[in-house]
Design a binder for this molecule. Sequence first.
Ligand SMILES: Cc1cc2nc3c(=O)[nH]c(=O)nc-3n(C[C@H](O)[C@H](O)[C@H](O)COP(=O)(O)OP(=O)(O)OC[C@H]3O[C@@H](n4cnc5c(N)ncnc54)[C@H](O)[C@@H]3O)c2cc1C
Length: 556
Amino acid sequence: MSSLPIPSALDARTQTFPVLMEPQINRVRSSGKLRQVKNGEILFEPGDTNVPFFVVLSGRIEIVQSDLAGEHLIATLGPGEFTGEMTMISGRRYLVLGRVTETGELLELTEDGLRSLVAKDAELSEIFMRAFILRRLALISHGYGNLILLGSRHSANTLRLREFLTRNGHPHTYVDLDRDKSSQELLDRFELKLDEIPVVICQAHAVLRNPTIQELADYLGLNSAIDETQVRDLIIVGAGPSGLAAGVYAGSEGLNVLLIETASPGGQAGSSSKIENYLGFPMGISGQELAARAIAQAEKFGAQMIVAHSVERLECEKRPYKVRLDNGDRLAARAIVIATGAQYKKPHLANLEKFEGQGIYYGATFMESQLCEQGEVVVVGGGNSAGQAAVFLSATAPKVYMLVRSSELSSTMSRYLVQRIEANPAIELHFKTEIVGLEGGRHLERITWQDKTSGETSTHEIRHLFIMAGASPRTEWLRGCVALDEKGFILTGQDLEREAEASGWTQARSPYMLETSLPGVFAVGDVRSGNVKRVASAVGEGAIAIHLVHRALAEL
Ligand SMILES: Cc1cc2nc3c(=O)[nH]c(=O)nc-3n(C[C@H](O)[C@H](O)[C@H](O)COP(=O)(O)OP(=O)(O)OC[C@H]3O[C@@H](n4cnc5c(N)ncnc54)[C@H](O)[C@@H]3O)c2cc1C
């Protein structure tokens, strides 16, 4: 067998392409059927959906992928080996081609057959899931995804598309037009103009010019496996940590569940370079990695996901409730979990929107830090996320100016972060300080801030500004459906009872913990009034909500 070079040890290689033993094959046999195949036969191609799962009994299959340079051999599978990667679980379109290279016999299982086998056989489930995840990681690390993104660091949409592909775990190759000398050849070959940047080239021939993330998601068929006509048990709006946790528990407890996410799964946590206080990860874990694991886990249990589409309205007049998407689709469910989190308030500053993605960022991950080119940076905010961003950026930036509106760091900032900030010579703290001006051409070039105590203003040649202050809840789509607190966060459980009259609770029973003023609709994570704004509490609430969803469904 030849396979992709997986970076770690031989062990990882055997886990990526394991060989099943006879008793294991026999257990697969009971869920599938035999299929005779001939040399040269194509079993599946990139773009296919509903691809069966194959175990090789005799003969050989090769897995290949084509790009502009031709075909790459990804693996050759012999007796006891099996096909498949994460698309097998997610139901999304296949990324690779499978071709028989030696006549033989295969065991064939439908996607549903594989799902029910995985649900009842823990040992096979572990072998398949591990292999599927490792194969996807190998495709990502080698950029084998049938997709090339030609972009520039001077374009905000490039950053958006890179983030979208990365956070959705879609393998792709990124070509930086500012640095890659051979890129002119690609531009000429596809007759591309500079004002059409970023460009996505799919399957080595289709070209999308400056697409939105919705256009890209739709083109890649990321949402094509979704049946819009079903009334589901549960729809979860938002796929940050709280929504993903709810998805994992709902799927694992047999609910028919759909998650809907405006951008990419992971939420705010996905824009965190390293989460160090989440239980079980003593060395810390990046938000992206945590999200990738959670997505795989949710999909493993059968949760479905729509990405790059927003819920614009909750139709709450009667049950089943319906959510209306930005493309007009209306999806029904007997229960809803609201997990839409919060977003940073944008300060009222001239030029703010002009420089978004071109010097102004709302997340600090490896991708944004690369754009800073080791220049000085400014971080606005005095809470946990600003603190974490300042510490992360200080590893590459010669100086990080941390501007805090109040006279001290937030009392909710984790102690370890306060200590790291205070001890870090590269971080310069400015209390009672606010930005008053942003200037530049296409990109941010100068930032002016004012010391509110002395009234003094100063202008600095700094090209990168990270805004991480003042979260406001994302509840605009709920207009009038559920009771909110004075800041717009969703009231739940006992808080509703305290404000019984105003909340509009109509049932004879008391609202369940996490239940909103609308029976069967729950709110979890940062969007909920009283939530403590941490990954762990978001995940915990997502899990608890499912226990309560069962109770609400039993009442129908
Ligand atoms: C940079 C940064 C670092 C952080 N570091 C830490 C840390 O180290 N430790 C810690 O415990 N916490 C940390 N936090 C806080 C933590 O990330 C949040 O508490 C957590 O992400 C909240 O999860 P959530 O699922 O409730 O909401 P979010 O993570 O905000 O997710 C909400 C999701 O809903 C989606 N959405 C919103 N509206 C709609 C709609 N109408 N339709 C569909 N989808 C929608 C959004 O796109 C988003 O993906 C950090 C936050 C940031 C920004």
